[in-house]
Design a protein around this ligand. Sequence first.
Ligand code: FES
Ligand code: CO
Length: 329
Amino acid sequence: MIEAQQWHPVALSDVVVDAPLPVRLLDQELVLWRDALGQVQAFVDRCPHRGARLSLGRVQDGQLECPYHGWQFASGGQCVKVPAVPAFVPPAKHCVASYGVQEAHGLVWVQLAPAAEGQAPVPLPVFEAEADERLRKLNCGPYDVEASAPRIIENFLDMSHFGFVHEGWLGSRDATEMSHYEVEATERGVKATGCKAIQPQSNLHSTKPAEVDYSYEVTAPYTALLTKVPESGSSKQGWREAIGLFVCPVTPERSRVWFRLAVADFDSSDEQLQQFQHTIFTQDQPVLESQMPKPLPLDAKAELNSPADRMSVAYRRYLKASGVTFGVC
Ligand code: FES
Ligand code: CO
């Protein structure tokens, strides 16, 4: 499964503190915990002794302690202590499977399988705006959504729903016609540029409808970025604000979603910015959860398309070419 070699977001960094945290990724139960060096560890959430859930245990002396017989596991997964037999030195095979972890964009990312031998390591999904020091960054979420990760990404790339799902916010029923936009394959995914829409309330401070110039890019199977030029007349000429959509594929039909905002708005509070994103996403959510089948169909004939759907068609083609199997059908 190619998805196992990708990095996926599983939790906000700041919720992984001093207690083990259960998460699920690609249908696997994992436990996250932070070791004495402050590194997040991701283990299978199953004790190799008698199968208890490690996430019910605790972090003790910088090791993860099982709730059942108190076996302790060090960073990397080696068992280092069996309290019932203090003199016992656990051999190398007394260990729990442990996975790759990185922290970025305010999130913990896990990779279940390293790249195959001889292949280049798989990098984290790209989010260039993170490095733009002028922009303010914050996260929204998590949202637990009863939809597959690809359906959620496709919804984010879809502009022809604005006048209906986001009426009065990102669109209006009087202006549903979409202007032409360009779609191209990139080295890492697909990209749509030159997307323009008149939006009644395109952001927190809008007082009148504005034309918004967007681009979208898929940079990994379950990652999409939106970038937009701040409104004309703003003092932020040459800036590009961005929203990263980072989706954790929990099961083939269930996902956990975060948005990473990189914005030029320094006046609003975090809560106000999050509330705006919350309003928009909770307009999408019931429609997303209603879509059937839940996995995204990759067969070109499985669902009907119009010329407005070129970006989602390109996304499906990219998933198929990449060999993605989780959350698609
Ligand atoms: Fe974990 Fe026994 S089941 S220590
Ligand atoms: Co929407």
